[in-house]
Design a binder for this molecule. Structure first.
Ligand SMILES: C[S@@+](CC[C@H](N)C(=O)[O-])C[C@H]1O[C@@H](n2cnc3c(N)ncnc32)[C@H](O)[C@@H]1O
Length: 267
């Protein structure tokens, strides 16, 4: 599967679209497009992430995909390294339903429902250790206390020499002018793309709820996340320092833009 195949046509912006004829692949592409509206560098972040996974784990790495959503990282992993296997963990029944529908019976992916805020979350996983733990655009959903506990948990799930890769929002607080320029540029791009019919987060969930196969899981996820508040956003160097404190051998930044960073830590 190539990157081009992963970014196909966009679902119409009309929330009343004919969702009965939307395939699981259409939902995958539509999710990608919606996420790219927020993160134009998303595909590049994934590519760099998988460069590191391959460098550490070779052609057949065992990977843990945290807060996997529809399995975006696992899809790219398995397309690039057919000998890999992945365990995708998430709490959202609707995104997991799309993952289940599109991966079908692929034995290389195991999906696990778990709440990363629950200190016992790892009990639901198949036996480790893993060569790599990957995650994207997700851990800012956790508060700092839960995040630090999760970082500690990961030291027990990775093999020595294994790698943790966290691609997430990470604006530097000491570059307010640069941040404002970047923000303004992103807003111009978003406005243009919206006029072309790209769905934002709220519209995408509205469209998903209109698919009879997703209506019940979307209602369940709305209840699960009703009180959701994002955790604190930290600069990349906050994460690298915390990862070393909890026991990683070293941590650095493998890729960054003005707004995002791929924090990388070796166990
Ligand atoms: C913006 S999505 C990103 C999904 C995927 N990593 C991607 O890049 O497309 C954030 C994901 O984090 C998951 N998530 C947030 N909090 C979680 C928690 N406490 N436990 C498990 N998953 C969580 C959400 O359900 C959602 O799938």
């Amino acid at each position: 599967m190539t990157d081009t195949q992963l970014t196909g046509p966009v679902l119409p912006a009309d929330p009343g679209l004919d969702t009965e004829h939307v395939s699981w692949e259409d939902w995958q592409r539509s999710w990608d497009r919606q996420q790219e509206w927020y993160l134009p560098d998303r595909e590049e972040r994934f590519r760099v992430m998988l460069d590191v996974v391959e460098a550490v784990g070779g052609p057949a790495p065992r990977v843990l995909d945290l807060a996997c959503g529809t399995g975006s990282i696992s899809r790219r992993l398995l397309a690039r390294l057919p000998g890999a296997s992945s365990v995708g963990v998430d709490l959202d029944p609707a995104l997991l339903a799309i993952a289940e529908g599109s991966f079908g019976a692929d034995p290389r992916l195991t999906l696990v429902t778990a709440d990363l805020r629950d200190p016992g979350w790892a009990a639901a996983l198949p036996a480790g250790p893993f060569d790599a733990v990957v995650t994207a655009t997700a851990l800012h959903w956790l508060n700092s206390q839960d995040l630090l506990r999760l970082y500690r948990d990961l030291t027990g799930l990775l093999r020595p020499g294994g790698v943790f890769l966290n691609a997430d929002r990470a604006r530097q607080p000491d570059t307010p002018l640069l941040n404002a320029l970047d923000q303004a540029q992103q807003e111009r791009r978003q406005e243009q793309e919206r006029s072309e019919g790209v769905l934002d987060w709220a519209q995408w969930w509205q469209a998903a709820a209109a698919d009879p196969r997703l209506a019940a899981p979307v209602a369940a996820r709305s209840a699960l996340y009703r009180d959701h508040k994002d955790g604190e956003l930290h600069p990349a160097e906050w994460h690298t320092a915390r990862l070393v404190e909890v026991g990683f051998a070293e941590a650095g930044v493998a890729w960054r833009s003005v707004s995002d960073a791929l924090v990388t830590a070796i166990r």
